[in-house]
Design a protein around this ligand. Structure first.
Ligand code: UDP
Length: 237
């Protein structure tokens, strides 16, 4: 397998073609952004942690029946993945009120829901990733009704699995964002990453934030938090 031209550079990752048209290489960066790119910075070691954490979690999810794009870890910050066309929906699952949910609905951060919620945003930076419902997603032809059903089913399955897994690590899974993609034959699989950039993870005992909110909210100890959450994952295995 040969790494070829760069296809795309995002906020936290670069994507490269390979000599296999069905495979891509993702290279994770230490760059961090928040508030739709308004806040920029670097988190030393983040690229390696996000790469390794996402890969370990996707391996476990695949074993639990959720198909993913993960193929093989190539280096500390590079991974071979299946090529997909990303469904332009950001899927957010929440167990506990935080972030934009708390702000939008005036609910204190930390209020635990009786059952998890799901919401969709239109993945479109120029529009600021606006919240939308499934009827809007269908009107915009972002996905078919069947695809939306599959995405919801997988997203709740990911939540069930990750919630239980992180609990064993002494971590509370508050919320997270997923992205899905279509293989050439139309099959929907989990893509993008699952990392402290895309999840809210709180220490189960102290409530300490072990995720990107430390960067977003200038809480300090950002690198230490990424290191600590990775340590919890590694020690579990
Ligand atoms: N999230 C993400 N990318 C985004 C927006 C949100 O990964 O562009 C994640 C975020 O890390 C959190 C969850 O999705 O774990 C819910 O985020 P929320 O809607 O509360 O938005 P925020 O408060 O981060 O603006």
């Amino acid at each position: 397998m040969k790494i070829m031209e760069q296809l795309y550079e995002g906020k936290a990752k670069k994507v490269f073609a390979t000599d296999d048209p069905e495979l891509l290489v993702v290279r994770y960066k230490d760059d961090a952004t928040a508030f739709n790119g308004l806040k920029k910075g670097t988190i030393a070691g983040k690229g390696v942690i996000n790469n390794q954490m996402s890969n370990r979690l996707m391996e476990k999810l695949a074993a639990a029946g959720v198909p993913t794009h993960y193929v093989q870890e190539l280096s500390a910050n590079e991974t071979l993945v299946k090529r997909v066309l990303i469904v332009p929906l950001e899927v957010i699952v929440r167990n506990i009120a935080a972030g934009s949910f708390s702000k939008r609905y005036g609910v204190e951060e930390g209020v635990v829901f009786d059952s998890p919620t799901i919401e969709f945003s239109y993945k479109n930076d120029a529009l600021g990733d606006p919240l939308l419902n499934t009827y809007h997603a269908l009107a915009l032809k972002l996905a078919t009704p069947e695809e939306i059903e599959t995405i919801k089913r997988y997203s709740f399955a990911v939540n069930d699995f990750l919630k239980a897994f992180w609990k064993e690590c002494g971590v509370t899974l508050v919320d997270f964002k997923l992205e899905f993609g279509r293989l050439a034959d139309g099959t929907i699989i989990l893509a993008d990453e699952i990392s402290p950039d895309t999840c809210r993870l709180w220490d189960a005992k102290t409530g300490e934030k072990l995720d990107k909110d430390r960067f977003r909210r200038d809480l300090g100890g950002v690198e230490e938090a990424y290191g600590e959450i990775m340590r919890r994952l590694t020690e579990h295995n």
